[in-house]
Design a binder for this molecule. Structure first.
Ligand code: VNL
Length: 390
């Protein structure tokens, strides 16, 4: 009993300290942005950070009476590092929001920190369906692989593609892409000869592509994470797969705007399904692309950039709605249900699932003004994550 009282007194004292500490920071609103800034996923970190900074430059850094501060940390895409950085940001920096998350394992490793500390966590990049279920504090502004994959599985059989081989990165988003593509493609009367999985780290596509050549499907459906698409395209063309009559299809990660223009004319005609193209024909997107390129030495924004830009929008509007006075729960509530026009098109944050609902576009690689773009030719409106119905 005595021990318990002492412990209680110590806890009360500690809480008192915590309150004093947070009062001292009352004029600040801190966003801990954790991203892969180096290593295999560095392009994702670069795109998301650039977009977050652009959003702040365009919208100011004093919101709801608070000075917004962005603290960027490099997790090198190692989940244990992501988790440790999140812990430090919450405990030492007292961040109000955690954001970023380049890959699924990093988001999943950090979910318990968001739950325990009641800190909203905005996933701006990672895209495995189940992420939003790992913590009630997670909100997503990127996309989900089932969203994109199902739309491709509906388009392909109507366009002469009856026999397919799938090739995916062997982890969360790849397994989602494979499962949801195959299920819907079979339902639509298609045939899947083989489902191949390549390691996520340092993949060698050559032996897999050789196998695909031998199987001679109508098309190869691919998911690889942002940054790996150019290597797939290069080997696909080097092996003459296109000349052998095999089409390349996939989610838009493979024709990523960060790399597309350097892939060469061999990429012309590749059809993918995704939520964002730098060529999306809206006034808002033109303004976004121009401003992004101006601020980043001509770098073209990709789907990761738009996830970062819209993630900042969701955070800023939540801060405005709570007039700078809300804790984690109030901020989270103000993030749910936000509906707005993004450079990608209309989108909203489903209040029930905290996941993004958005259009998925079918796009074909074409030349515009001498550059390669994913040119949208069809729209599937307001797609909810199909993974949530399972
Ligand atoms: C993920 C999904 C990562 C899609 C990606 O690129 C991507 C993920 C880094 O959830 O890990 O394009």
């Amino acid at each position: 009993m005595h021990k318990y009282l002492l412990l209680r007194a110590a806890l009360v004292a500690a809480m008192g300290l915590a309150v004093t500490h947070s009062n001292a920071q009352d004029n600040k609103f801190k966003i801990g942005l954790i991203l892969p800034m180096t290593g295999q996923q560095a392009s994702t970190g670069r795109q998301v950070e650039a977009a977050a900074r652009l959003y702040m430059a365009q919208n100011g850094d004093t919101i709801g009476g608070k000075k917004v501060e962005l603290i960027v940390k490099d997790d090198t895409s190692i989940p244990d590092v992501t988790k440790r950085l999140a812990q430090e940001l919450v405990v030492n920096e007292k961040v109000n929001v955690l954001a970023g998350f380049g890959i699924t394992p990093s988001a999943l490793a950090t979910a318990p920190i968001a739950t325990q500390s009641k800190t909203p966590l905005v996933v701006m990049a990672a895209a495995t369906s189940s992420i939003t279920q790992a913590s009630p504090y997670i909100v997503r502004t990127s996309f989900t692989l089932p969203q994109a994959a199902v739309s491709m599985a509906d388009w392909a059989p109507k366009n002469g593609i009856k026999k397919v081989v799938t090739l995916v990165s062997d982890y969360g988003p790849g397994l989602d892409a494979e499962k949801f593509f195959v299920e819907r493609f079979l339902f639509n009367g298609g045939q899947v000869s083989e489902s191949l999985r390549v390691p996520m780290r340092n993949p060698d596509f050559a032996p897999f592509l050789q196998k695909v050549r031998d199987l001679k499907p109508d098309a190869l459906f691919v998911f690889v994470p942002s940054g790996a698409g150019a290597a797939v395209m290069k080997q696909f063309l080097e092996r003459g797969m296109d000349k052998a009559g095999i089409k390349l299809i996939g989610t838009g990660d493979v024709t990523d705007d960060d790399q597309l223009n350097d892939m060469g004319d061999g990429a012309l005609g590749v059809v993918t399904s995704h939520h964002y193209s730098a060529a999306h024909p809206s006034a808002l997107n033109k303004k976004f692309v121009d401003a992004f390129q101006k601020a980043n030495k001509g770098l073209r924004p990709n789907f990761m950039a738009v996830g970062g830009y819209d993630g900042m929008r969701v955070i800023y509007e939540a801060l405005k709605a709570t007039k700078g006075q809300g804790g984690g729960d109030a901020l989270l509530a103000a993030m749910k249900g936000q509906i707005f026009e993004s450079p990608r098109g209309p989108m909203f944050i489903d209040a029930q699932t905290r996941d993004v609902v958005q259009n998925i576009y079918l796009r074909k690689v074409q030349k515009q003004d001498g550059q390669l773009y994913n040119v949208e030719f069809d729209t599937i409106k307001d797609v909810k994550d199909p993974g949530k119905n399972k």
